[in-house]
Design a protein around this ligand. Structure first.
Ligand code: NAP
Ligand code: F7E
Length: 333
């Protein structure tokens, strides 16, 4: 019999890769989508005929209860969140509600209606913030630097607490930044690859950026969903770091993207102080030794290969539209 998975945040980057991964493995996949005035399914358009969609929202307890009851899932992947760090300073209460409290609502629904379902909670390296140890491991203390990071720490500990209180099979993957051609345009990797592609095609002349010295451990989303799935196939629920173990600056990211389009980056990049954050996370690098040893997991695509692939895909999709819509950096913080 096919296993059944419920994915929240199925319209997002990770939701789309996880859906493909689980369909490949023969799962029946259900996705929770919140109500929108427009069609939010561009990332899963090619999968819609193979999955079932439910209406629900992480801020609404009754819709989560109904989803868990209706689907009766073996596994639940909770990707839904307000996930953009700068927005969390503009909308701190919404971020706490969705990214933080949304998780306890989901745990309550699982505890009540399907207590043997396995839960993957999307924890984040942003919880380490102003880091206490380098590289960061499962045991490194948290020091979040944004309302988003604080909400994820709550989500992380409430997941641990429900596991310990009610014996739920609930795990957190503490995932470091992961990107892909499906990454939202506001995140720095995609902003850079998409704008470099637009400059190459003559659609724009400039790339405004914030802190070029920030360092991140960037991996490929398509590789990371495998580690998330493996966590739920273990005998006991545990938390794992998911990372590559290599960090790069935003400047290095820019250099690779502009090298791919054959243009000098210094001519196009403009540092804009408005894009700096009220509190920055300077340097994140993860130690995924536990995932490598216990899950047998390894990231496959390198940082450089991924950035070049993203530029390539952006050029391909932009070339299809005669005049690309201008991308405006409207999210100041
Ligand atoms: P994403 O592309 O921003 O996707 C977020 C998803 O959450 C979207 O499907 C969005 O729906 C949904 N959502 C937002 N608010 C919701 C609500 N109130 N109720 C129900 N659904 C809601 O994020 P991602 O990059 O795939 O990341 C997946 C998860 O991993 C997130 O929890 C993120 O915080 C976490 N994470 C990401 C990274 C990373 O580097 N990507 C690293 C660590 C942790 P709409 O399409 O309607 O907006
Ligand atoms: O920023 C710097 C910025 O927005 C990365 C989310 O998926 O990963 C992501 O959070 C770095 C920061 O990702 C711009 O200051 C410079 O230091 O791509 P980002 P993030 O904030 O690290 C974690 C793990 C998550 O959990 C989150 O959900 O790049 N940076 N200039 C810029 N960043 C943006 N967005 N735009 C710029 O113009």
């Amino acid at each position: 019999m096919s296993k059944i998975a419920l994915i929240t945040g199925i319209t997002g980057q990770d939701g789309s890769y996880m859906t493909e991964f689980l369909l490949e493995k023969g799962y029946r996949v259900y996705g929770l989508i919140r109500r929108s005035s427009h069609e939010p399914t561009d990332r899963i358009q090619h999968l819609l005929s193979k999955i079932e969609i439910l209406d629900g929202d992480l801020t609404d307890q009754s819709s989560l209860g109904a989803a868990v009851q209706t689907v009766n899932p073996d596994e639940i992947y909770n990707f839904a969140a307000q996930s953009f760090v700068p927005t969390s300073w503009n909308q701190p209460v919404l971020t706490a509600d969705v990214t933080g409290l949304g998780v306890v609502r989901l745990l309550e629904a699982i505890h009540k209606y399907k207590s043997d379902a396995k839960l993957y909670q999307a924890s984040s390296s942003e919880m380490f913030g102003k880091v206490k140890e380098t590289p960061q491991k499962e045991t490194t203390p948290f020091y979040p630097r944004s309302p988003y990071g604080v909400a994820k720490v709550y989500a992380h500990y409430i997941t641990v607490n429900y596991r310990e209180s009610y014996n739920l099979f609930a795990c957190s993957g503490i995932a470091f930044n992961h990107e892909s051609p499906r990454r939202g345009l506001e995140f720095v990797s995609r902003k850079v690859t998409h704008t470099a592609a637009k400059i190459k095609l003559g659609h724009t002349k400039e790339l405004p950026l914030g802190n070029l010295e920030a360092k991140r451990d960037w991996g490929f989303a398509g590789d990371y969903v495998e580690a998330m799935w493996l966590m739920l196939q273990q005998d006991k629920p545990e938390d794992f770091i998911i990372a590559t173990g290599q960090a790069h600056t935003v400047k290095e990211l820019v250099q690779i993207a502009f090298d791919e389009v054959g243009l000098p980056w210094e001519k196009y990049v403009r540092v804009d102080k408005k894009l700096f954050r009220p509190a920055e996370v300077d340097h994140l690098i993860g130690d995924a030794a536990k995932a490598k040893q216990n899950l047998g997991w390894q990231p496959k695509l390198s940082f450089e290969e991924m950035i070049r692939l993203m530029v390539h895909e952006d050029i391909k999709s932009l070339s299809k539209t005669a005049a690309a819509a201008p991308f405006t950096e409207f999210r100041i913080r």
